[in-house]
Design a protein around this ligand. Structure first.
Ligand code: ATP
Length: 499
């Protein structure tokens, strides 16, 4: 089966629409596209960068401003190589991979099996879906690679390119990118590009606790780039090789971790609802298989165009990470808790509850949820299709667009006055070319929640037309009230009100 003859599923068609829209309207471009792109690496365009910055800002503020006991840091991407020994990434940040001998394509075994399970579910065989995933999990646990290969064959799992199940043996593959630090090759050390931001938080635990005089329980939040040499690069910005994470490690007293795990689980879901993701597209998925040190873990899954998939992870990680760093660095990672009565138990390594979400995955969730196609009957009685992005106003890349109705009679001058009134603290664009209808359409396509039009009446009574994106409703409003009204509608307060 060649790529060309492959049938496109409805899910793939939906994702394709999002990818095309993202490209056409300046949200996401393939990296170095003039050289045909680089697999699983993407660039954010003029509207994409605004949306992504807004998502990062709303997450950052929700974590640090709305919680008395959470502070932020910004650690370097390069870290001492021992960090990754201590964290376990050097030895076990591996994924079992398999190659198809005919197409020479490489796959992650768990992805192939999950796709099969998804197919079973679609066909109405949920029991088979559960059985195949559970067999895989048992084999992964035992590192039974021959068993995994046999499972692929028995389940008739084929390569999408060649259509065959002519698989190589299953092998482990480390996902970390490495490079050299130092100018002289013999002296230089192999270092890694961090595969997660969390370790930058753990190694700064003592710095932040002491300099910030932080009392347990408290959290440290961070936003930053992470790099993984993902083998199966697909599903657009869902799985990238260079991506951004927004993580928070919450340090608490041993024994209280489940209370905090439940606290953050609810809090993080409320955040996702507050920025506009609908409840029916979100679900919790408890991990069946826990890491040996973890006592609870779940994913918050979102219904992407290709089905429910992990958007965010909430993990109760015990004292594993700090203990590992204490052992490898020989520096104590303990906390002295004056509030504990039993003197023997006053000094301890805190337990950690982690919340971890990808900024790019959140971007994809928000974008695909906002993408709306509407068919309405217009004034002439004809069917008119409208495409718009129903983004929450607080995260929309452009908040308001200002247009003069025509390019004469002093309207552009008046419109520029209104633009000046708004632009300094609200992301505003001004446009005097083109017809009003076309300008509204262009703003709908990038999700601008408000448009302001200046017409002849404005010159007489100092009012303007304010158009709402989602309803296309238009109201007249005095210029003197415009700034306050829009500033409120696009403020983060509107998000916090729903949390
Ligand atoms: P997956 O199972 O999808 O590979 P994971 O369980 O390895 O994800 P974590 O290590 O828990 O993911 O990372 C936390 C979050 O970082 C994920 O929930 C996701 O939002 C994001 N993330 C992880 N890997 C990628 C990637 N390759 N591209 C984009 N975002 C990612």
């Amino acid at each position: 089966m060649s790529d060309k003859n492959k049938k496109i599923t409805p899910e793939e068609a939906n994702l394709q629409k999002i990818i095309s829209h993202a490209k056409e309207y300046g949200f996401v471009f393939p990296s170095s596209e003039i050289y045909d792109g680089l697999q699983a690496v993407y660039d954010y365009g003029q509207n994409g960068v605004e949306l992504k910055n807004n998502l990062k800002q709303v997450w950052w503020k929700a974590m640090t401003m709305l919680n008395d006991n959470v502070v932020g840091i910004d650690a370097a991407i390069f870290m001492h190589p021992t960090t990754w020994k201590a964290s376990g990434h050097v030895d076990s940040f591996n994924d079992p991979m398999v190659d198809n001998k005919d197409s020479k394509k490489r796959y992650r075994v768990d992805h192939l099996v999950e796709a099969k399970a998804y197919q079973y579910e679609e066909q109405g065989f949920p029991d088979k879906a559960v059985a195949v995933v559970s067999s895989m999990n048992q084999m992964l646990e035992k590192e039974d690679f021959e068993g995994l290969r046999q499972l692929l064959i028995d389940e008739k799992i084929v390569c999408q390119i060649s259509g065959t199940s002519n698989w190589t043996e299953v092998r482990q593959f480390n996902l970390m990118f490495s490079t050299q630090m130092g100018s002289v090759a013999e002296e230089s050390d192999k270092i890694y590009l961090r595969p997660e931001t969390a370790q930058g938080i753990f190694v700064n635990f003592q710095n932040v606790q002491q300099t910030g005089r932080m009392k347990i329980p408290f959290g440290i939040a961070q936003i930053g780039k992470a790099f993984r040499n993902e083998i199966v690069a697909r599903q657009f910005i869902f799985r990238m090789r260079e991506f951004e994470q927004m993580e928070m490690q919450f340090f608490c007293r041993p024994g209280t971790e489940m209370e905090w795990y439940n606290f953050w689980k609810e809090k993080r879901r409320n955040f996702l609802l507050a920025i506009g993701l609908p409840a029916e597209k979100l679900r919790f998925h408890d991990h069946e298989k826990l890491a040996h040190y973890a006592n609870a873990a779940l994913d918050i899954e979102f219904e992407f165009p290709f089905g429910f998939k992990e958007l965010e992870g909430i993990h109760s990680r015990s004292d594993f990470d700090l203990k590992q760093h204490q052992e490898h660095s020989k520096k104590k990672q303990q906390y002295f808790d004056e509030e504990v009565e039993d003197k023997e138990k006053q000094r301890y390594i805190p337990y950690v509850v982690e919340t971890s979400i990808g900024a790019d995955r959140l971007f994809l969730a928000v974008l695909s949820n906002a993408y709306t196609e509407e068919v309405k009957i217009n004034a002439k009685g004809e069917e008119a299709k409208r495409i718009l992005l129903k983004l929450h106003p607080a995260i929309a890349p452009v908040k308001v667009a200002v247009f003069p109705l025509i390019r004469k009679d002093g309207l552009p001058e008046k419109a520029k006055e209104v633009f000046e009134l708004l632009r300094y603290d609200i992301n505003t664009v001004y446009e005097e070319r083109g017809a009003i209808g076309k300008n509204y359409t262009r703003m709908d396509l990038i999700g601008t929640p408000f448009c302001v039009t200046i017409d002849h009446q404005t010159l007489e009574d100092q009012t303007v037309t304010l158009r709402y994106r989602d309803t296309a409703e238009q109201i007249r409003i005095p210029i003197s009230e415009l700034h306050a009204k829009i500033a409120y509608e696009v403020s983060l307060k509107r998000v916090w009100e729903k949390m």
